[in-house]
Design a protein around this ligand. Structure first.
Ligand code: MN
Length: 232
């Protein structure tokens, strides 16, 4: 048996509807821009350019219902409501037709973002890690098995802050569909169970402050909520 100098961190995982067994998470991939109207509000190109990715550490996962402190180092802490894919089979360099079967389950998620740090990084051509991969930045609901859902190629995706709607989109407006994202990402990685993919957010992103309550929903999935507390 391996011994460690310090105790290993707890395995990151996500609840699954209808079972006490949890989905163990190894990696979190995120699609950068996947709705044309959001690409425009970010000053980008809404055309169908190849998708691009960034990642968050699995330790950044936070379950729905949590209260998180306002994060350090930012004055512009943003929500991004997203559909999350959970991979359930090994896939590498597969077509969208093959990729479709690798989507084992889905959750609703928040890709929390330090927007001011992202803007600085973009301007300087630097990495996005401090803007995107920070602690408690990947909020997620329970997973629902794909076999209990439709193909997740349409359906409302919405977010409200303190009960006021801020984001409303439709999965049908994703520039790259679920099978296309998995296929494309599999050109670069050996995807496998334990990989989550946050699929991008519709327009209407904005800032939150201490005391705010975010609620969000993707049709067919559990409601998501997150409460923002004072900075530590
Ligand atoms: Mn995002």
């Amino acid at each position: 048996m391996t011994s460690y100098i310090f105790a290993p961190a707890e395995q990151a995982s996500v609840a699954v509807r209808g079972t006490t067994a949890r989905y163990a998470v190894t990696r979190i991939f995120c699609v950068g821009r996947n709705y044309a109207a959001h690409a425009l509000e970010m000053g980008g190109n809404p055309e169908r350019e190849p998708p691009f990715y960034f990642s968050k550490p699995a330790s950044a996962l936070v379950p729905t219902g949590a209260t998180v402190p306002y994060p350090p180092g930012t004055k512009n802490y943003h929500y991004e409501m997203e559909l999350v894919i959970a991979i359930g089979a090994p896939v590498f360099k597969v077509t969208p037709e093959v990729a479709r079967a690798a989507a084992w389950g889905y959750a609703a998620g928040l890709d929390m973002t330090r927007r001011d740090l992202q803007a600085e990084a973009k301007a300087a051509g630097r990495p996005w890690d401090t803007a995107k991969g920070f602690e408690q930045s990947a909020v997620i609901t329970e997973l629902v098995r794909a076999s209990d859902l439709g193909p997740m190629n349409a359906g409302a995706i919405t977010l409200a802050v303190n009960g006021v709607e801020k984001q409303r989109g439709d999965l049908a407006d994703m520039i790259w569909s679920v099978p296309e994202i998995i296929s494309n990402l599999s050109q670069f990685y050996h995807l496998q169970p334990g990989d989550l993919i946050y699929t991008g957010t519709p327009e209407g992103v904005g800032a939150v402050k201490p005391g705010d309550v975010i609620t969000g929903r993707v049709e067919g999935l559990a409601e998501l909520s997150l409460t923002i507390a004072a900075a530590e």
